[in-house]
Design a binder for this molecule. Structure first.
Ligand SMILES: O=P(O)(O)OC[C@H]1O[C@H](O[C@H]2O[C@H](CO)[C@@H](O)[C@H](O)[C@H]2O)[C@H](O)[C@@H](O)[C@@H]1O
Length: 250
């Protein structure tokens, strides 16, 4: 069976084709830039009207196999999408919660040296609009609010990483992330697909950033599909349009 979708607007690239219906799928979806549009700050993202309903419909059709796979901590996904995904993988796969209210499986990783955080705080204070977002096992240097901070923040991060092994620098959207090496969204996809309700289904992973490439590769390797914004969907909105079409396919 091939599930097809109409071309969104005359002249635009057609939506990607998925050859199986939601009943055979496991949906593994990135959050920022995919389910929600990029916003000026991490706190100010807006969950678009109708998204929650679309996801709940898909969750039902997928037998519960709906996960959000994000760089954010799990609690932030709970805040923006309460009661929606069955599973949440946070911090790029470092933390995985398979069911609402279930235990969080965490990969044991080294702690970020306090000196790096102190220095990061001091550095961003020189660039109004820039900020430090702390995670349990890493942190993000955001410069969307002051692009002049991009180079100095990168230079500082590169210097820190020479001092201690076990961390890597991830280029993100208007941000530099210092994150633990060796765990990524691909790891989260593989871990989720090992158990119900995801096991035995064809994964559909969709993301928009460098970190999502690991998820795309893992989904494709597991006999599923992986899509990227803007390569496969020009915008997050066009992906969400596809998602609501997919929720209605018979
Ligand atoms: O894996 P994701 O769910 O896509 O999360 C990636 C990072 O997203 C957030 O930062 C990005 O989105 C913000 C809100 O749109 C934006 O202001 C910022 O410039 C982006 O870099 C989040 O703050 C990070 O923790 C996530 O790792």
């Amino acid at each position: 069976m091939t599930v097809t979708f109409s071309t969104p607007v005359s002249g635009e690239k057609p939506f990607p084709r998925v050859s199986f219906p939601p009943e055979q799928a496991a949906l593994l979806l990135d959050f920022d830039g995919t389910l929600v549009d990029i916003a000026p700050t991490p706190e100010s993202v807006v969950v678009p009207p109708g998204l929650r309903e679309t996801l709940l419909k898909l969750r039902e059709r997928c037998g519960g196999a709906l996960a959000v796979v994000s760089g954010r901590p799990i609690e932030q996904i709970d805040h923006f999408l309460p009661g929606v995904p069955t599973a949440v993988a946070g911090e790029h796969g470092v933390a995985i919660r398979r069911h609402p209210g279930g235990p969080v499986e965490r990969t044991e990783l080294p702690e970020v040296p306090k000196a790096w955080l102190d220095e990061a705080d001091a550095l961003v204070s020189e660039f109004p609009g820039a900020s430090v977002e702390r995670k349990r096992v890493g942190f993000v240097l955001h410069y969307r609010g002051n692009p002049a901070a991009e180079a100095p923040l990168k230079e500082a991060a590169q210097r820190w990483l020479k001092q201690k092994a076990g961390f890597e620098l991830q280029a993100a959207k208007m941000a530099w992330e210092i994150r633990p090496a060796g765990v990524d969204k691909g790891h989260a996809v593989v871990a989720l697909l090992e158990r119900p309700p995801f096991a035995g289904r064809k994964p559909i992973f969709v993301g928009d950033d460098v970190t999502d490439m690991d998820g795309v590769r893992a989904a494709r390797a597991a006999n599923g599909v992986g899509f990227l914004i803007p390569d496969d969907f020009p915008t997050a909105q066009s992906f969400r349009d596809w998602l609501s079409h997919y929720a209605e396919t018979v």
